[in-house]
Design a protein around this ligand. Sequence first.
Ligand SMILES: [Zn+2]
Length: 729
Amino acid sequence: MRYTVLIFIMMFVIVSEFFAKPRVIVLGFDGADPQLIEKWIEHLPNIQKLQQQGTLTSLTTTNPSHSPVAWATFATGNNPGKHRIFGFLKRSIGEYKPQYAVAKAEDTLFLTLWQKIMLGAVLVVVVYIILFIFLRRKKWGKLISLVIATSLGLLCFYISGYLIPQKIPRAVPLKQGTSFWTRTGENNIKTDVIMAPIAFPAEKVACGHLLCGFGVPDALGTNGTWVVYSSESRKVHSTETGGWYRPLVWKNNVYNGVLNGPKNLLAHEEYRELRKKEQDLRAKKNKDINLLSQVRNRISQVRQKLHLKLPMKARKISNNEVEIVIQNNKQVVKKGQWSEWFFLRFDMTLAISLHGAIRIYVSSLEEEVNLYVTPIQFSPRNLPPNVKLSHPRSFASEVEKRVGMYPTLGWASATNALKDEAISERAFQQDLQNILHSREKIFQHTLKQKQDLLVAVFYFTDRASHMYWRFIDEKHPLHEPNLEHKLLDVYKEMDRIIGIAHNKLNKNDILLVVSDHGFKSFRWQVNVNTWLQKNGYLFLKDDKERSNMQVRDLFERSRLLQDIDWKRTTAYAIGLGKIFINLQNREPQGVVNQDDYYKLREEIGRKLKSFTFRGEKVVNEVFMQEKVFIGPYSHEAADIVIGFADGYRVSWQTSLGGVPNTIVEPNKSKWSGDHCSVDPRLVPGVFMCNHKVSRQNIHLQDLAPTILGIFSVKGQSMDGKKFQILNEK
Ligand SMILES: [Zn+2]
């Protein structure tokens, strides 16, 4: 009898396993490099297991090999000519100005006139009913109730203009096409996507959840504005990559700083109106000088209020501890440590507040007090109505309730701050660990749910590789020996996470591990605009070099536009490895006609490929627009995409519109590894699976059709070609 039951149970297990739908887990690790995995495979037991039982191979990445481009291809199965993401920045058509490539901000009406009238009307009715109940027996009761209620309704309608902004900015995604997770969701396949790349504002997953990752801005609407508050800073100034130094002022026995928060939309509305008024007044023949100076005074007053601000106080307890107070938050933080999260509330009006969260690192406390403040991130528990961080909307806060506060900023790591020497190696490393642990908690929590498809993307592998490559490359100008383990440790963390997922799977379940690209050393930076200038394609309005440019020069001050002599310039560079031809009828001051366009590109391409430095080839390959981008948006891409040789990358100054004197400079920054603007064939990603697959030659764009194929989801065609996951191991 006992044996019969046992056999029955075993048969049940075998049969149910045979008929069960496989669960699919897709893990993404940004920038995980196949060569490093091969080199360190002995230290990566879980990856080694996948290699022995299933598949470990390199994965062809997109051109260009930038993360936004690559992840958009991963999600949609299409080339950039179809999904429209060509890099971090794109050039605005008809302008010489770049804009963010992932999403754009559009002003939308917050409360329409009709909504305001309705609000007023509802108030009138409610107040009237309440008053009527109390005054109905009094003489003139009805009339008094009506008069009071109507007056309040009108007052509400009138003051709403001062309490509520007319328009609020809303992020509009630029990515085109449908992500595979949206399509599985539509087909009733339970799908959860966490830290989803290039999916902000949150894409819809009908049957499941999506939490945005890479591509989410900070509460200021930027890619990450960090600030160092310093007792040594006398004035406010910014850094190359867009960080800020702000003063800490000693007053009343504490250090005082001012946190610059999100935009004050009401002040922006007034500011825009005043600027228009000023322009109109200036254009008049008989100028009213008094009125003009009144308007200008008001402009300078309103300019101070364009951002919502909060005071921050720091009281030194000892040379080792400081008490930091922001609103009701009070924390004692040790030197060389990160604080817990500070939750902030910025009041725009009595009716509207914006919320955010920061962490603070105490860099120094002795003679100089230095506090590093992370970008102000959206707080999942208090999201503004115009920010869609997850689908459904409540998912972001539900996750926070389960696992605690987590970083919401897409590029959360302090890579730029370390590059600009604003924080120490130790602060960077601790931050990397904190972010990883927060996101791992989200992963562990989601892994427990019974979904059919789980997609989880981690970014720490990329952020660490950018900053730690100097430890593994002896030829790097900032190489430090005996520190290779720092990057190896990061790869071990990746291996550990792969192990966690692998252990949760049954025999027929499928684990896919993907990286969007690999890495190469960034030893030399190439000033592409300087190369164009020295080869007679780009002319400045004077002979002075343009160096020390900052992110502000690119966006706020438009230096590139102002400094180049467009009447003589035939080609210019913007972004990472992108050259544009100053084409007639396309560029505002185009000089190259259509007949010369192809000839000019060929000539620039030929010269770039023969360009050598210290006997080395600098450019591996140049790619012409129509050869790499196929689809309705191809014309928005660069005319020439540069693929640098191993060791070279476009300079920071070129990407910011700078034109320094020398063409090639050593890279003396800790940002020492890269993949952007490197020939994509040199930086493939990696692909792993717990099963063997039908072919080895796999492209990133093949993943979406393959995953849809596993679930038998049919639909629109993609550039990617499906491959088979084989059952025998
Ligand atoms: Zn990267």
